[in-house]
Design a binder for this molecule. Structure first.
Ligand SMILES: C[C@H](O)[C@H](O)[C@H]1CNC2=NC(N)=NC(=O)C2=N1
Length: 99
């Protein structure tokens, strides 16, 4: 069973994940990505979907035109774990490569 991050580790992880923030009303992290257009936003989601499936770890997300709003948590652990850090890191890399 994977464990929630310690406060120290969580702060350290967020410091290395620009734009990711704690969610106010639950144990989760979130970021809104903005792309040049819908094609770039949906291309990002497609690439992330393949990674998420490989990791067996899936985002809560929504898309409006060229923005993608993402929330990450590990339901099995009831909060943020290293799996969320790994997926957030992959998302930042994919978004960076798409920009
Ligand atoms: C059965 C399956 O492995 C689990 O439901 C996985 C799938 N993807 C998941 N994704 C996320 N974000 N959190 C989980 O706890 C989770 N659990």
């Amino acid at each position: 069973m994977i464990e929630r991050l310690s406060q120290t580790r969580r702060r350290e992880a967020l410091a290395g994940l620009p734009g990711w923030q704690d969610v106010a009303d639950r144990d989760a992290i979130a970021k809104t990505f903005t792309f040049p257009d819908f094609n770039a936003a949906f291309g990002f989601m497609t690439r992330v979907a393949l990674v998420a499936e490989k990791l067996d770890h899936h985002p809560e997300w929504s898309n409006v035109y060229r923005t993608v709003a993402v929330t990450l948590a590990t339901h099995d652990a009831g909060g943020v774990t290293e799996r969320d850090v790994a997926l957030a890191t992959a998302m930042d890399q994919i978004a960076g490569a798409a920009a």
